[in-house]
Structures are given as C-alpha cells and as structure tokens.
Design a protein around this ligand. Structure first.
Ligand code: B12
Length: 212
C-alpha cells in the first residue's frame, strides 16, 4: 500500500491520529501539499461516500471520517497558503437554502483561501436574500453555491434569479458545485461555471480573476 493509500484508508477509518502521523510524515518527506490533499485526504472521502450511499456506513462513522479529514487538512492548510502568490479577490460562498451539507464546501473554501482569495463563508442553509445581501456588502468577484441534495438544487436557480432581480448579476461570476450537479444543469440555471471538485474550483476561480 502506498502512503497515499494508507492516508486515504486512515480517513475512511476515521483514525485522526493516524491521519496526523501520515500527513506529517509526508510533509517531512517533501510530498507536495496539494498531492497530500487530492491523492490522500480527499481520496479517503471518495471511499466513504459510496459506502454511505450503499448503507455500509452510518452517520456517526461518516462524521468520524470528516473529523479525520479536517485533522489532515488543518496540518496541510498553512503550507498550501505559501504555495500561491497573494491575490485579494473576494469570493462569497454558501450551501444553498434547505441544505446542511458542508464538508465539500469547507474544502473548497480552504483551497480558495490557500489560493489567496478572501473568502466570505455564509455557512449552510443560505437563503437567496442572504446571498444578495452578502454581494452588496462584500462586493465579491465570484459567488459560489453548493448543493448536495437533488431537492435543493433548484434553490440555486432561485438564488441566481434573486441576484439578477437585485441588478447584481453582471457584477459577479457564479460557480456551482456539489455531488448531484453536472455541467448542463449549471448552464441551464444560468451559472457561469460548474466545478467537479475543490481543486478545479480553485483553478477556475484563478482564471476568472486573471481574465479581468
Ligand atoms: C456526509 C453526508 C451527510 C452528513 C453531512 C455532514 C456535513 N457537515 O456536511 C449528514 C449525516 C449530516 C447528512 C445529512 C443528510 N443527508 Co447526506 N450525505 C453525506 C455524504 C455521505 C457525503 C457528502 C460529502 O461530504 N462528500 C464529500 C465531499 C468532499 O464531496 P462534495 O460535497 O461533493 O464536495 C466536492 C465537490 O462536489 C465540489 N464542491 C462542493 N461544493 C462546491 C461548491 C462550489 C461553488 C464548487 C465550484 C464546487 C463544490 O468540491 C468538493 C470537494 O472536492 C453524501 C453521499 C454522496 N455521495 O455525496 C450523502 C447525501 C448527499 N446525503 C443524502 C441525504 C438524503 C441526506 C439527508 C436527507 C438524510 C436524512 N434522511 O436525514 C440529510 C439532509 C440534511 C440536509 N437538510 O441537508 C443523499 C442525497 C440524495 C439526493 N439525491 O438528494 C446522499 C447523496 C446520500 C444518499 N445517496 O442517500 N449527510
């Protein structure tokens, strides 16, 4: 088993001590922080998600995996920040109304911060009105919305409509993400982009800022 596989397994097992030990060992061995995140820590959550779906894992176990993941991320985060140059664009992010999932959103926030974005995280169950208020207050370049439930995906459309009605749509780029989404859906609701994961969100956001 490679060290990446061992790290993924430790996340899956919810073993935060093991995650800490392996992550610190990899950093000491000079492994790139971004690789530790994508090939180890996130790979662990990739084992968890289908098992939860299949009824092979239950909520307390998923929460332990999430805790182990956070342990690893907290060690890697300061190093990621050093990788990128300063960039002070603001990014407003939230999980949409009716949806309480935030593990993926938090990962995206962390990577964006590591990319130098000033991220205003509105949390979960964020109403369209709250997104609009945050845009007025923080004047972000990009707004990100997360949804993990098929029932809350349409709240993204409501939010984009509210942003348009407030006359703010041309002031921001809107990116959407979350497991049930797909590119055609993003296009249909009038978002500017869809990202499959945190790494591609960071890359797309950097491109948006660079093109201005
Ligand atoms: C963990 C989890 C929970 C945890 C959430 C804990 C938390 N703090 O987030 C708990 C146990 C609380 C939970 C509750 C529920 N859950 Co749940 N949950 C999951 C699970 C297993 C994993 C989600 C996750 O964290 N994945 C890991 C992260 C890293 O992935 P991610 O979120 O997709 O994020 C990545 C990308 O999508 C992207 N991304 C994410 N956000 C954004 C935002 C932007 C802007 C961009 C660009 C990209 C981006 O980048 C991220 C990192 O790479 C999924 C299964 C699955 N297959 O997704 C079910 C799942 C989403 N849950 C489900 C359900 C049904 C529920 C409940 C209704 C269960 C219940 N009966 O009570 C409740 C709903 C509560 C609510 N109102 O929101 C269903 C949804 C089914 C559907 N079709 O809608 C799923 C798919 C499981 C299933 N198959 O049954 N859940």
């Amino acid at each position: 088993m490679s060290n990446f596989e061992k790290l993924a397994e430790a996340v899956y097992q919810g073993d935060d001590l093991e995650v800490k030990t392996i992550t610190q060992g990899m950093i000491a061995a000079g492994v790139k922080p971004m690789e530790i995140v994508s090939k180890g820590l996130l790979a662990g959550m990739d084992i968890v998600a289908p098992k939860f779906k299949a009824g092979e894992m239950f909520i307390p176990e998923v929460m332990m995996s999430a805790k182990a993941l956070s342990e690893g991320l907290s060690i890697v985060k300061p190093l990621l920040s050093a990788e990128d140059s300063a960039n002070v664009s603001t990014f407003v992010m939230g999980t949409v109304k009716g949806d309480l999932h935030d593990i993926g959103k938090n990962l995206v926030v962390m990577l964006l911060e590591s990319g130098g974005f000033n991220v205003v995280d509105l949390g979960v169950d964020v109403t369209p009105e709250a997104f609009v208020e945050a845009i007025k207050e923080h004047k972000p370049r990009i707004v990100g919305m997360c949804a993990l439930l098929t029932t809350t995906m349409m709240a993204m459309q409501d939010t984009i409509d509210a942003i348009t009605e407030a006359g703010l749509r041309d002031k921001v780029k809107v990116l959407v993400g979350g497991a049930p989404l797909y590119p055609e859906f993003a296009e249909k609701i009038g978002a500017d982009g869809y990202c499959v994961d945190a790494v591609s969100c960071k890359e797309m956001s950097a491109k948006i800022v660079a093109n201005n």
